[in-house]
Design a protein around this ligand. Structure first.
Ligand code: NAP
Length: 282
């Protein structure tokens, strides 16, 4: 079984560079999918309060027989719970749903600059508190733009350990990724294969065929070589295994450059823009 490199975070903890994402896996399928992923070798699961499947992530880990300490678990604060008192209640619910006294990494899922009077700073202060208590081993953000990160840097004590952002060959989100690199914030690439959209790209297809790999493996390997953390999602057992087989081949400089050149800038973005996204679940 291949071994997954670890990325050291700015707080001294480390995270497996490859994990398994459970967005859009229905709760009734999640425990089994997580157990399968652990069997395939993954030791890092990415969930969120808004995915509605934290409890089943905890169940899947317990059913696998692996110690809790062997698996790195990330969850994220619901957009409904940014006020510090709500956040605190929601965080307790996450720990209870996971059946664990701590979470390895906890993120603010979206900055929501047009909600809560634009105050994600007091929300971040709540995460700082849980980190100080050891209930969140590491804390970070998701979908934060440079201006949001700059505000945290100016007004808060703790620099986020990670920023989880949309990033794939068609939308490389370079300005935000670069800010993270310069300021010691690890980049996590969500939708790393653009939910499948990039897999039909002729350049990726050509590289995959030449190397005897699948397009998904080529794209995920590109992320790994750029230093991003990835957690592809799949409900399909064969793909869960396929997406884990990334550490017995390498992309050469030329192939890396060809994939870099696929960036479409803003028009390659599939998800909402973080400055505008304001969805709050009821
Ligand atoms: N922070 C955020 O705001 C945010 C937003 C989105 C996602 N995320 C995180 O990022 C994770 C991954 O992103 P994502 O789920 O949006 O998209 P993704 O991982 O880029 O793509 C998932 C899609 O690709 C298919 N797929 C997976 N492996 C494949 C393969 N080897 N060959 C062909 N198709 C394949 C899956 O189909 P099947 O499932 O049918 O196999 C699914 O439809 C999420 O699960 C979540 O943890 C975070």
């Amino acid at each position: 079984m291949s071994s997954v490199p670890k990325i050291e975070l700015n707080d001294g903890h480390s995270i497996p560079q490859l994990g398994f994402g459970v967005f859009q896996i229905p709760p009734e399928e999640t425990a089994e999918a997580v157990a399968r992923a652990l069997e395939a070798g993954y030791r890092h699961i990415d969930t969120a309060q808004m995915y509605g499947n934290e409890r089943e992530v905890g169940e899947g880990i317990r059913a696998s027989g692996h110690d809790r300490a062997e698996v790195f678990v990330t969850s994220k604060l619901s957009n409904a719970s940014h006020r510090p008192s709500d956040a605190s209640e929601a965080f307790d619910e996450t720990l209870s749903a996971l059946g664990s006294g701590y979470v390895d990494l906890f993120l603010i899922h979206w900055p929501l600059p047009t909600r809560y009077d634009g105050d994600y700073v007091s929300t971040w202060n709540a995460l700082e508190q849980w980190a100080a208590e050891g209930r969140a081993r590491s804390i970070g953000v998701s979908n934060f733009e440079v201006e949001h990160l700059e505000r945290l840097a100016a007004e808060c004590d703790v620099v986020p350990a990670v920023n989880q952002i949309e990033l794939h060959p068609y939308f490389q989100n370079e300005e935000v990724r670069r800010y993270g690199e310069v300021h010691g914030i690890a980049t996590q690439a969500w939708s790393p294969i653009a939910q499948g959209e990039v897999l039909d790209d002729p350049a990726i297809g050509e590289i995959a065929e030449r190397l005897g790999r699948t397009p998904a493996q080529v794209v995920l390997r590109w992320h790994i070589q750029r230093g991003s953390i990835v957690f592809p999602k799949s409900r399909t057992p064969a793909r869960i295994e396929e997406n884990f087989e990334l550490f017995d081949f390498e992309l050469g400089t030329e192939d890396m450059g060809r994939i870099d050149a696929l960036d479409r800038g803003e028009s390659g973005r599939n998800g909402p823009h973080p400055n505008e996204f304001d969805m709050v679940p009821s």
